[in-house]
Design a protein. Structure first.
Length: 213
């Protein structure tokens, strides 16, 4: 399965629930959604924002899987557009101990899927990919946040990174990083190979990388 991480970051490598990208960046995101069979976000991204994962022209893409993963089971429901499309209910990935509570809360608004816990405490992204493969999905778009990005890279599942570098700085040491984990991914770095790089009039840089495995 082809796995792509997409994100918009500040020049200092921070991500934010605030929309940092331009309309051109939004078009890129929507195009990649149309090209892939599923999207996956972390629960913190859903808590901080309200992504609907729509494709071009704000369409909910028929047959495409929208999903969220949460080790804690703390997934917001009230007023979230993510759960409003009853014809295409999203998938919630969770641990066994949170299954019953989430099924009770979300009922027909989402499909709840249990993933095994890893020794370090998070949920297995590899097992989530097995679920997607069973649904006939051959490409997955990971839309953040930083902890999910790290987990997928740590499990060596990511093939590409599609990064929009925005002409902005944060400076907040507590702000979320594009990749946020407990230890280094390589020795000491994980190497990438650039596929393409384009600077546009908005001041943004669209960079695409292969992850060397």
């Amino acid at each position: 399965m082809r796995v792509i991480i997409i994100a918009a970051v500040t020049v200092c490598g921070r991500i934010s629930p605030a929309i940092m990208g331009s309309p051109e960046d939004r078009t890129l995101l929507e195009s990649l959604r149309e090209e892939t069979g599923a999207s996956l976000i972390g629960a913190s991204t859903l808590r901080d924002a309200d992504p609907e994962m729509r494709g071009p022209r704000s369409r909910v893409l028929a047959g495409r899987i929208r999903s969220v993963i949460s080790a804690s089971g703390q997934i917001p429901f009230k007023d979230k557009k993510f759960f409003s499309e009853l014809n295409t209910p999203p998938v919630i990935f969770c641990s066994e101990e949170n299954r019953a509570a989430l099924e009770s809360i979300y009922n027909r608004r989402a499909e709840v899927v249990v993933l095994p816990r890893l020794p370090q405490g998070g949920l297995s992204i590899t097992s989530a990919l097995d679920y997607f493969k069973g649904r006939g999905v051959d490409s997955l778009l990971i839309e953040g946040g930083g902890k999910l990005n790290y987990a997928a890279l740590h499990e060596e599942l990511v093939d590409e990174i599609c990064l929009t570098i925005t002409p902005k700085l944060s400076g907040d040491r507590g702000a979320a990083a594009f990749v946020d984990g407990d230890c280094v991914l390589g020795t000491p770095f994980l190497d990438l190979e650039m596929i393409s790089c384009q600077a546009i009039s908005t001041g943004e840089i669209f960079a695409r990388y292969l992850v060397k495995k």
